[in-house]
Design a protein around this ligand. Structure first.
Ligand code: 48F
Length: 264
């Protein structure tokens, strides 16, 4: 059997530290920061990266995918309503039509394909990093304030750890039901976040896609964050609206970047 190359512990550590810091330093300024690596955030980031936009995904968890691994009730089948199967085709995600216009895919397969597609398109990802606040200048969101996720889990007595900030032209809040970035504006009375409404699958997905928009200068809401901001009905374990909302958010971000108004 062929022997593994002789590499020391120091070399392994240096490879990790050097490569991480090189990427991190490069993305202290970016075109778009997508907060949250669930289905809407990943689709949005992929679209942007495909269009050569410098995009960073910040994810609080170790793993990406948010609620996309599991459908409902801890069962790992995810559903999609027509016409969102077109996005599944684009991502080469296998699915089955169980009713006219209702499609089912395996959660792990769909989610891992989406993550891989985002990475393949050139999306940079920093995980275990929680967005705590926004950078706000001249009534515009121009960045995010971040800390390592574990810092928030430490006892208060030992958590005097200041965060750092990243600058960007556009922030996308794709943090799901929590609408965490929008909440940072709400607590200052700058944005109303209503909280999502009761479940109504039939109307929810059209509503979330229609209402995906810039909710405050420099800040776009995508996915379930849109439902939370505008009090739209929740949709439960059907994901087409998340994928298409992510695409729309990317389109809006592109337009914002090219518009003269965005200068940092
Ligand atoms: O919740 P999530 O999957 O959001 P989504 O893209 O999709 C919603 C569906 O999964 C489902 C649904 C409709 O089908 O009802 O719930 O809108 O993913 C949100 C991601 O954001 C991360 C979180 O860990 C998850 O991976 N996240 C949340 N808050 C923060 C964050 C934060 N403050 N900083 C960084 N990441």
């Amino acid at each position: 059997m062929e022997r593994f190359k002789d590499i020391s512990e120091a070399q392994v550590t240096r490879a990790i530290v050097d490569e991480f810091l090189k990427d991190f330093s490069d993305y202290i300024k970016s075109d778009v920061i997508v907060v949250g690596g669930g289905p809407s955030g990943l689709v949005c980031a992929r679209e942007l990266a495909k269009n050569k936009v410098k995009v960073l995904v910040l994810e609080a968890n170790n793993y990406l995918g948010g609620g996309f691994w599991i459908g409902g009730y801890l069962m790992n089948k995810v559903t999609f309503r027509s016409p969102s199967e077109k996005v599944l085709d684009e991502l080469n995600i296998p699915y089955k039509e169980v009713e006219d216009g209702l499609f089912v895919a395996d959660g792990p397969h769909a989610c891992s394909k989406l993550i891989a597609a985002a990475c393949d398109a050139g999306v940079k990802i920093v995980n275990m990093t929680k967005v705590d606040d926004v950078v706000l200048r001249n009534s515009r969101v121009e960045g995010v304030v971040i800390n390592w996720t574990p810092v928030g889990a430490l006892p208060r007595a030992i958590t005097c750890v200041d965060p750092v900030a990243l600058e960007t032209k556009v922030v996308v809040d794709a943090t799901g039901h929590d609408a965490h970035v929008c909440e940072a504006l709400k607590k200052r009375g700058l944005l109303n976040v209503k909280g999502c409404g009761a479940m109504d699958v039939a109307s929810s997905e059209d509503a979330v896609c229609e209402m995906t928009q810039e909710v405050y200068p420099g800040l776009i809401a995508a996915g379930m964050a849109v439902s939370s901001v505008f009090g739209l009905p929740r949709m439960g374990p059907t994901f087409g609206g998340m994928l298409i909302s992510g695409k729309k958010a990317a389109e809006i971000a592109m337009n914002m970047i090219v518009s003269e108004a965005v200068k940092i």
